[in-house]
Design a binder for this molecule. Structure first.
Ligand code: UGA
Length: 448
């Protein structure tokens, strides 16, 4: 079996590493952040993601996974390298590729000829060609494959085991085939692995294996994310109209999404999208298109709609409450979505800060993201240890992340600790009748 090295123990890297190690591959995982490396070595990922810790512990027990901070060791031992480092956005919205090129340079320094260099990080179209040139200029005989990642945080293992498609793009077809073969091994093991992590194993896989040229593979990834972001902003635009006209955006999208050409997924209106992917991938697409002198007004509009959502929700709350000044407000949900501790570009954090800036006295709580959100929250926002603690004495509660814990909240108990009655469901997560039955006032996004 191929010897695999994974660079970066982030969401994508660690998930890939533990899955491949549990498929029987010898995997070396390079992580240069000492705290993260220590955490991985101890069998715990530094983020919350269902199933990852179980697979990590089993990979460490069988010694199929070797975490290290030695680049020399990690690259020298590899037949195939999967590069999974971050591509944060620059202040101008373009992608910061310094880590991506840093990995390529380390490969040049340490890896043996014949290496297959697999790019899993999301990069602008044209990046792979630049890296190929760099390898050539340094007389290294590597082959480069773009293998974009489609997993979602919160369902990373499930998405990886039961994938819709795997894409490998390269000018070297045999190298792309070698990469796809690794996923076929994963596919063969998927039911066994699903059992370990207790994810729904009844889902039939049937994912497709797609080989393309290098540039197309890179463009597939950003196009997929941009289109999903577009769907969300489209739903939010219709939600605003539904609020004004008196319609229910959920009913509208249920019927519209029943058309197979459209599909229901990612048409859920709410406080907008956040996280480490959509905001930066959309701005990255706009800026990479600009480099080729191509305008992307459709994506600029998607960004504008998304950016408007927290303010739109806060304004509506102000209309209902009369003023936000000195109102006690609980914001429940600080992760950018349910199922993860990730609070990067979190709409819940944005909402909390916005309400606080408008003069409200804000308490916030998240079942998993209190720690990660804290540094982005304004200093005067109180971070609480439970939903009830945050709700104590509140004039209004904002649900900003659809965690099951919030969906299942005992509304009677909640009302008994609140001083007001407004429940603003900013992620359209709750059952309206459950809220209203207790005499609380329900307001959703585009829901009348
Ligand atoms: C996204 C893509 O869905 C993955 O396919 C991709 O691999 C990943 O980015 C990436 O590029 O690494 P992720 O950011 O983990 O995954 O999360 P999503 O489930 O896509 O949600 C993104 C945001 O959109 C969240 O804030 C979520 O609350 C919001 N959202 C999602 C909505 O507001 N409405 C929806 O209908 C769906």
């Amino acid at each position: 079996m191929e010897k695999i090295t994974v660079i970066g123990a982030g969401y994508v890297g660690l998930t890939s590493a533990v899955l491949l190690a549990n498929c029987g591959y010898r995997v070396t995982l390079l992580e240069i952040n000492k705290q993260r490396l220590d955490s991985v070595k101890s069998g715990r990922s530094f983020f919350y993601e269902h199933g990852v810790d179980e697979l990590l512990q089993s990979a460490l027990n069988t010694k199929k996974l070797t975490p290290t901070d030695s680049a020399a060791h990690a690259f020298r031992s590899a037949d195939i390298v999967f590069s999974c480092v971050g591509t944060p956005d620059n202040p101008d919205g373009s992608s910061n590729l310094s880590y991506v090129f840093g990995v390529a340079k380390e490969a040049i320094k340490y890896a043996k000829d014949g290496l297959v260099f697999v790019q899993k990080s999301t990069v602008p179209v044209g990046t792979g060609k630049k890296i190929e040139k760099l390898f050539k200029a340094n007389s290294r005989k590597f082959t480069y494959v773009s293998n974009p990642e489609f997993l979602r945080e919160g369902t990373a293992i499930q998405d990886s085991l039961f994938f819709d498609r795997v894409v490998a793009g390269s000018s070297n077809k045999p190298a792309a085939t070698r990469v796809l073969d690794i996923y076929k091994t994963l596919d063969e093991k998927c039911l066994e692995l699903a059992k370990i992590v207790k994810v729904d194993a009844n889902i039939k896989n049937g994912g497709s294996y797609i080989q393309t040229d290098l540039n197309s593979a890179e463009l597939i990834k950003v196009t997929a994310n941009a289109f999903l972001a577009l769907k969300i902003s489209f739903a939010n635009s219709i939600a605003k109209l539904a609020d004004h006209a008196g319609a229910n955006v959920n009913d509208v999208m249920d019927a519209v999404g029943a058309d197979k050409r459209i599909g229901r997924e990612f048409l859920n209106a709410g406080r907008g999208y956040g996280g480490g992917c959509f905001p930066k991938d959309v701005s990255g697409l706009i800026s990479s298109a600009a480099e080729y002198s191509v305008d992307m007004p459709i994506m600029t509009a998607a960004t504008e709609v998304n950016d408007s959502m927290p303010g739109y929700i806060a304004n509506r709350a102000q209309e209902i409450l009369g003023t936000l000044q000195d109102k006690k407000i609980a914001v429940l949900g600080l992760s950018f979505k349910a199922g993860t501790s990730d609070a990067r570009k979190s709409p819940g954090v944005k909402m909390a800060n916005l309400l606080s800036k408008a003069g409200a006295v804000v308490s916030a709580y998240d079942p998993h993201a209190n720690g990660e959100a804290k540094e982005d929250l304004r200093d005067n926002i109180r971070v609480c240890q439970s939903a009830l603690e945050a709700a104590d004495g509140a004039d209004a509660i904002f649900i900003t992340t659809a965690w099951p814990e919030f969906r299942e909240m005992d509304m009677h108990q909640l009302k008994s600790v609140m001083s007001g009655i407004l429940i603003y469901d900013a992620d359209n997560a709750l059952d309206r009748s459950e809220v209203e039955k207790e005499g609380l006032r329900f307001v959703g996004v585009g829901i009348q």
